[in-house]
Design a protein around this ligand. Structure first.
Ligand code: HAM
Length: 416
């Protein structure tokens, strides 16, 4: 028998209440902060991602689902949502709108060929939002506040906000040089991947999960010590605003994120004690990306968060989610004429907005009521030969098995 491809999963009916709960909180928070929804295609030109996410990243080097279509176009299933939003911003003339333009996406499938484990999949779903066209650190604070309030609105607790600034085109190279010097003195302790990173993408050295590399990373030069005056002032103001907003944060000089487009502010929100593997959401500034994609220099900032990880943490923290609405009425029938009446009645009630589960097949009344029990409806409406003759139906309260004969016209009021 076929099974889902490794690293993917079905979202079964019993899981859906969690997903709809998250979805509703997403829509609420986006309305509250003035974001509009943008949907982009599942695949894009491969170049969009190699250009933005970066050649030396794990995503581009090892994880993209890339294919050539029948027309010879090189396409990639999106490995993240920010570059497509920037592409759409440029393609649809949004630089001409009042800035910043605030857009969000939700429940987009994202594809990364990773080693599957708990909370890490080859197809996962994301919610994210992007504010494009403004470099004021007050916007960084607002974006972080929005992310923080979103996770709190889900009911999640014991969260930690990790924060760093990795500088800009001017000051980052100076930090990178210091970083390379530091790592060059410790090459013997580095894993094979880090030896390659030292050559190709030194910032990513700080992110390595291997314990011997972490020792080297802990004593590495910190980006915040190398910020130019503008980046330094930007970061100071952001921290001041976060204090004003009473959002607690932890400075983490090893937080660099897995995509190359970041500048200045980077941040992640994690369940306390979970570490980077369990990160619920992450984001930051990408002030050079729009220009890199062919637009004018345009600062921007955003966040994305994984839905599966939210659901995992909702369950772990035993946060109750509201059940999904289900039909509260079951219609049972006995005999051909009764079935005709039942079909008409079900249709009338549904058109008036009452959810109905209709018995199908030719089962005994007992079997039909068992089905109503399993469906946990509040009422069963029973139509037999006698009811057809008298133009009535039997209304049964499923909780206490009390039955009474009523006329169908009275049902809407009685079903409540
Ligand atoms: P990211 O950190 O790569 O950022 O992904 C965002 C979130 O998606 C992660 O924090 C995690 O919750 C979830 N996630 C990532 N990979 C997986 C996976 N393999 N399985 C399950 N969940 C996963 C971005 O994608 C950036 N575009 C975020 C951003 C938006 N930066 C600025 N704006």
């Amino acid at each position: 028998m076929y099974q889902v491809p490794r690293g993917t999963s079905d979202i079964l009916p019993e899981e859906q209440a969690y997903w709809r709960y998250v979805e509703q909180k997403v829509v609420n928070i986006c309305q509250l902060y003035g974001y509009e929804r943008l949907d982009s295609p599942v695949f894009e030109d491969t170049g969009l991602f190699t250009r933005s996410v970066g050649q030396g990243t794990d995503i581009v080097e090892k994880e993209m689902y890339t294919f050539t279509d029948k027309g010879g176009n090189k396409l990639t299933l999106r490995p993240e949502g920010t570059a497509p939003v920037c592409r759409a911003y440029l393609e649809h003339g949004m630089p001409n709108l009042p800035q910043p333009v605030k857009l969000y996406y939700y429940f987009i499938p994202v594809f990364r060929y990773e080693r599957p484990q708990a909370g890490r999949y080859r197809q996962h779903y994301q919610f994210g939002f992007e504010a494009i066209g403004e470099d004021d650190p007050a916007l960084d604070a607002e974006v972080i506040d929005m992310a923080w309030q979103f996770f709190l609105s889900l009911g999640l607790r014991h969260l930690s906000l990790q924060l760093n600034s990795i500088g800009c085109r001017q000051c980052r190279p100076i930090h990178l040089n210091a970083l390379k010097d530091h790592y060059a003195r410790h090459t013997a302790k580095l894993c094979a991947d880090c030896k390659v990173r030292l050559e190709r993408n030194p910032l990513r050295l700080l992110d390595c999960k291997k314990s011997s590399c972490q020792v080297v990373a802990n004593s590495a030069p910190r980006s915040t010590d190398y910020l130019c005056p503008q980046c330094g002032a930007h970061f100071s103001r952001l921290k001041k605003y976060l204090d004003l907003l009473e959002i607690p944060f932890t400075l983490n000089h090893r937080l660099v994120r897995g995509l190359d487009y970041y500048t200045r502010t980077v941040f992640e929100i994690q369940p306390r004690g979970a570490g980077a593997q369990g990160t619920l959401g992450g984001g930051g500034r990408y002030d050079d990306l729009i220009e890199e994609l062919g637009g004018k220099p345009t600062p921007a900032i955003g966040l994305a968060a994984g839905i599966e990880r939210m659901v995992l943490n909702l369950k772990k923290q035993a946060i109750p989610v509201p059940p999904l609405p289900r039909p509260r009425v079951f219609i049972a029938h006995l005999g051909n004429e009764a079935r005709d009446e039942a079909i008409k009645l079900a249709s009338r009630l549904r058109r008036a907005g009452t959810g109905i589960i209709m018995a199908t097949g030719q089962r005994s009344l007992k079997a039909q009521l068992r089905q109503a029990n399993t469906a946990a409806t509040r009422h069963a409406v029973i139509i037999g030969e006698q009811e057809v003759k008298t133009g009535t139906v039997i209304l049964r309260d499923m909780a206490n098995a009390q039955q009474k004969t009523v006329i169908p016209a009275d049902l809407p009021g009685l079903l409540g």
